[in-house]
Design a protein around this ligand. Structure first.
Ligand SMILES: [Zn+2]
Length: 314
């Protein structure tokens, strides 16, 4: 690419190369970034890091024009993984460029072995589940699996606790147990950073891979009733996953209205679960907790701003 300042994207928009694009203290410049000359929140990025080893052979990445179409069109370029010794092309990555429509960061996720796009919200990173480029390392195995749901970053005993949550749901509210299982393939991650944003959980699905991802800011409870909110959060995030899979909602670049629609959908589901739970044999403090969360859900729906989520604020 002789003139990185004279490129266009697939739609013919002029691009300008950003020397500092994609760089921050944490991410150490994971990507080269070209912004649109008109509308600089949109652009295209090329990951800097590529595997140094391909099926046991030492390789170097080479940027090459695919020899069809306009060489100024950035998407007519591809990355070749070339054998360091023989110069033989071992792999062609034709979708090496990542389109974006908002400022974003990229962080390496050692569980998946991929770089992933993250959103910055209130100074913290919120995973989007969207993977970028190629797998650079073998993924870490999950700490455990319950009902085919994979767990990452938790302590091993947390998987048993989560199984208790599912067993309890199966006994008390079988349709809601089924609702959670319907969101598989599903990975659940511990992410204590969510707490700093005042979030109990977050959900992402399903860019370039099938697995949905739910994150919780704390470990599953030892006793379900002591932390009923964990179950309520699980149902809430499961609805986000269902909506993402149905392509009704998107995390990236979504408008305030779309954010509110997403939170309304999840909060209505949360409410429906609590109504069903209150029809079961729960008594005393447990019933009080369920009623309190129902009141909370009603208040959120009546208010309608869902402004605990910064993306829903005007
Ligand atoms: Zn939500």
């Amino acid at each position: 690419m002789s003139d990185p300042d004279n490129l266009i994207d697939a739609d013919g928009n002029a691009l300008v190369f950003s020397v500092l694009g994609g760089c921050s203290a944490d991410t150490q410049c994971p990507s080269y970034v070209w912004y649109r000359k008109e509308g600089p929140t949109k652009g295209i990025a090329l990951l800097r890091q590529w595997p140094t080893d391909f099926n046991g052979v030492a390789v170097v990445p080479v940027l090459a024009w695919n020899k069809s179409g306009d060489a100024r069109n950035i998407t007519n370029w591809q990355v070749l993984l070339v054998d360091r010794n023989t110069s033989q092309v071992l792999q062609t990555v034709s979708d090496a460029f990542v389109k974006f429509d908002n400022a974003f960061d990229i962080l390496f996720d050692s569980e998946s072995g991929y770089y992933e796009r993250v959103n910055q919200v209130a100074g913290s990173y919120v995973p989007t589940g969207q993977r970028v480029g190629m797998q650079l390392t073998q993924p870490l195995p999950p700490v455990g699996v319950a009902e085919e749901i994979r767990f990452f970053r938790f302590a091993a005993e947390d998987v048993g606790r989560f199984q208790n949550v599912l067993d309890w749901m199966k006994k008390m509210t079988p349709p809601w147990y089924q609702f959670v299982l319907q969101q598989r393939p599903l990975d659940i991650y511990l992410n204590p950073q969510l707490k700093t944003q005042g979030w109990a959980g977050s959900a992402a699905c399903c860019w370039g891979f099938d697995h949905a991802r739910i994150e919780f800011e704390h470990r599953p409870p030892q006793d379900v009733f002591s932390d009923l909110y964990y179950v309520v959060s699980l149902v809430h995030e499961a609805q986000h996953v269902a909506d993402y899979r149905a392509k009704k909602l998107f995390v990236q670049g979504r408008s305030v209205d779309a954010c509110r629609a997403a939170e309304r959908s999840a909060t209505e589901t949360e409410r429906a679960f609590l109504v069903d739970l209150l029809k079961t044999q729960i008594y005393g403090q447990d019933r009080d907790h369920a009623n309190a969360y129902l009141k909370f859900a009603d208040a959120k729906l009546a208010d309608g701003t869902f402004d605990w989520n910064p993306a829903c604020r005007d």
